[in-house]
Design a protein around this ligand. Structure first.
Ligand SMILES: [Zn+2]
Length: 254
């Protein structure tokens, strides 16, 4: 049965409830409140026209709520990256997502590209030069590619494979073949889930993806690792899938 997500709008309210409930009550996780990203931080990934369009458009007096929540999500991505670059695992439980936002356009309920804003922030402030971006959302993050794909310091991979084993083998193979980078992060969509649009991965597979990122980070980039929430439309199970990924990312394979 897939009634838990069929027909539910991707941007529906309540989407984060199960994840917030599970993680806020968990003794090993601490929830933190970000500040909104500044214009300067957003403009590292987007054109001025795009930013002003989201803000409500030039010539309009009212700032839009859309801008406020999108800037706050981008600020959450920056806070997540700031924690991760010190070697602490971190996850950005943020919305709206950002992987379908390009420099000057956006779609799919995305407005600012949280992945690009966070990585370009670390790069502009001299903390990293390079990154591996594991995009495990069902839908390829075209915005991530459009903004970062031309820069050879950013490796972007959107794994393919039907079933846990094939999918995880693709992730592992690509990580093993990656050049050394300064940080690894996930554009973390959970819509490959068996009871979501992708009808593909188990909850345990998300844990395993986190573990593979942990192993990569420990060997290759001083433990620097984080994830940012993208898709995932089975609201009921999103919390347990996010927790599974975070557990793997935090402690690796015990
Ligand atoms: Zn998706």
């Amino acid at each position: 049965m897939k009634q838990s997500y069929d027909g539910t709008p991707a941007g529906a309210s309540g989407r984060l409830d199960t994840a917030v409930d599970i993680l806020s009550e968990h003794p090993l996780y601490e929830l933190m409140e970000p500040s909104p990203a500044t214009d300067e931080q957003i403009l590292r990934a987007h054109g001025r026209d795009h930013l002003e369009r989201i803000r409500g458009g030039r010539g309009y007096r009212e700032e839009s709520l859309l801008f406020d929540v999108s800037a706050l999500a981008a600020g959450g991505a920056i806070l997540t990256a700031e924690i991760a670059v010190e070697g602490e695992p971190a996850f950005g439980l943020i919305r709206p997502p950002g992987h379908h936002a390009s420099s000057d356009s956006c779609w799919g309920f995305c407005y600012f590209n949280n992945v690009a804003v966070s990585l370009l922030h670390l790069k502009a402030t001299g903390r990293i030069k390079s990154a591996f971006i594991l995009d495990f959302d069902l839908h390829t993050g075209d915005g991530n590619i459009n903004i970062l794909g031309h820069d050879e310091d950013f490796v972007i991979h959107n794994p393919r494979g039907y079933g846990d084993d094939a999918y995880l083998a693709d992730v592992k193979r690509t990580l093993d073949a990656s050049p050394d980078v300064d940080i690894i992060m996930a554009s973390a969509g959970f819509d490959q889930y068996i009871d979501d649009w992708g009808s593909n991965l188990s909850t345990d597979a998300f844990k395993r993806i986190g573990e593979l990122m942990y192993e990569f980070a420990m060997k290759r980039c001083e433990g620097r690792r984080y994830g940012l929430l993208e898709g995932g439309y089975n609201f009921q199970d999103l919390g347990k899938n996010v927790l599974a990924f975070c557990d793997g990312l935090r402690e690796g394979k015990l």
